[in-house]
Each structure stands twice: as C-alpha cells, then as structure tokens.
Write a protein that binds this ligand. Structure first.
Ligand code: ZN
Ligand code: FE
Length: 256
C-alpha cells in the first residue's frame, strides 16, 4: 500500500491511497478540488475507486461533485453531515471495506471541529482530517472544547507508531505556537528545524507519528507539567482537569 499527498489550494492535502489489491486503483480522502486529483489520475493512470470524506467543509468536499460526474464511485463520509455528497454514511465504530483496494478502515466519530467529523483508522494509520494537525489541532467551530478534548484523547490512546494523515500543511505555524507554550521543550525545537528543512525542500511535513505528536503537540500534552504551568499562567488559576488545560491552550491559540 502506498499513500501520496496531492496538494490542493494553498495548504490542503488530498491523500491518495493506492491499495494492496489489483495495481492501479486508488481512493482519495477529502478532495476539496477536482483538478489536482484529475492530474494525479492522468499521471499515474490509476483508476479512482472511492472517495472518503472526513467532514463537510468545502475545502474537503468541493471537488466531489465534479469527480463523481466523471468517475461514478461511492462517497463514504459522516452520517451527521455532508449528506449532499455522501452516498455511504458512516457512524462511529462502523467499518469501511474498500474491496477494490483490499483495505478496510474503522470509523472514529471525533466531534469538535465540526459536529459530524469522522476519521478513518487502520493499524498503522489514521486519516484525521481537521481534528489534529502537525503540532496543532483544528479550530473548534462546532461542539464544545470538552468534546474536542475527548476526540483528541481518543487519538492519543491509539498505538504510538500510528501515522497521522491530516488534511493541512500547518505544522510550521503550529510549532511556533508550541514553542510559545513550551519554550524549553527541546523536542519541539528539534522538530521545528526538521520541518523547516522539509518545507525548504518542498516536501510535506506530514504524516507524523502519534509518538512525535505526544512529544511536541501542545493540544495532546494536557498532562505535561510545562503545559499545565503555561495554562495556569494564561488562565490565572490552575486548571481543574485535563479538559480545562486543553481548553485553555486552545483558547490561547484562538486569541492570537
Ligand atoms: Zn475543516
Ligand atoms: Fe480544512
């Protein structure tokens, strides 16, 4: 199985999943625009067999109508939103079987960025849309900070070697904030340098591993003493729970 990033817009990634079944078949995740996917298909000569959607935002769904008009494929997505484009609605705990690729995924419902947001998991990888970014997390547009914390806690509980395929190239700016939260975290500084090198070479900074995120992502580090200390300073009192620590860090980021 090979996974490739198809860049779209300014900083989106549409993930192309090329399966273990017959060669030349591909599924794409969150095609916000059709043209880059069409160029990818023309270059690889792959056949599009499925579209996976994490949430309803236009930068994740905007290309679907045009793609399915040319490639009549199933569109898997959240049961709670994007009903205009989704043909196969999915709920938490359900499985998606992409027979043409010889792959299946488990669906995780991870509300917070949007109420219906889902992610696709199989051992070794998570396609997490806008829930988690490299060293960051999605804005909480819908739902509560508590719900977002619970969603991120589910990701944090996955195996540490899980690769996280998020939908945006935001890692550099997220790391600048991470350094504000934890100026003394050497792993954040090291990741910053590594990501700068990758970006200077025109390469994606993602996927990362959950292990890297647990070390450097302030939105997963609600138990780190330095993060609790920073949240305490920002709030003016000690947070009473992991969720309150997370909420303080998210609101701090939103205030900048
Ligand atoms: Zn979004
Ligand atoms: Fe997005």
């Amino acid at each position: 199985m090979r996974i490739e990033a198809i860049p779209a817009f300014e900083d989106n990634y549409i993930w192309a999943i090329r399966g273990m079944g017959p060669i030349g078949r591909v599924a794409v995740v969150d095609p916000g625009e059709a043209a880059p996917v069409e160029r990818f298909l023309a270059r690889t000569q792959d056949q599009l067999v499925a579209i996976l959607v994490t949430h309803r935002h236009a930068d994740h769904t905007g290309g679907i109508a045009e793609l399915v008009a040319r490639h009549p494929v199933p569109v898997y997505g959240p049961a709670l939103e994007a009903a205009d484009v989704v043909t196969h609605p999915l709920r938490d705990g359900e499985r998606v079987t992409l027979a043409a690729l010889g792959l299946d995924f488990e669906v995780l419902h991870l509300p917070g960025h949007t109420l219906g947001h889902i992610a696709y998991y199989r051992p070794g990888m998570l396609f997490c849309g806008d829930v988690l970014f490299g060293a960051g997390c999605g804005r909480v547009f819908e739902g509560t900070l508590e719900e977002m914390h619970a969603s991120l806690a589910r990701i944090a509980a996955l195996p540490r070697d899980t690769k996280l395929y998020c939908a945006h190239e935001y890692t550099q700016s997220c790391l600048r904030f991470a350094q504000q939260v934890e100026p003394c975290n050497a792993l954040i500084a090291a990741r910053s340098e590594q990501v700068s090198r990758l970006r200077a070479a025109g390469l994606p900074s993602v996927p990362s591993t959950l292990a890297e995120e647990l070390d450097t992502n302030p939105f997963l580090r609600w138990q780190a003493p330095a993060v609790i200390e920073a949240a305490t300073a920002w709030l003016g009192h000690a947070p009473a729970s992991d969720a309150e620590t997370f909420a303080a860090i998210r609101r701090w980021r939103d205030s900048l």
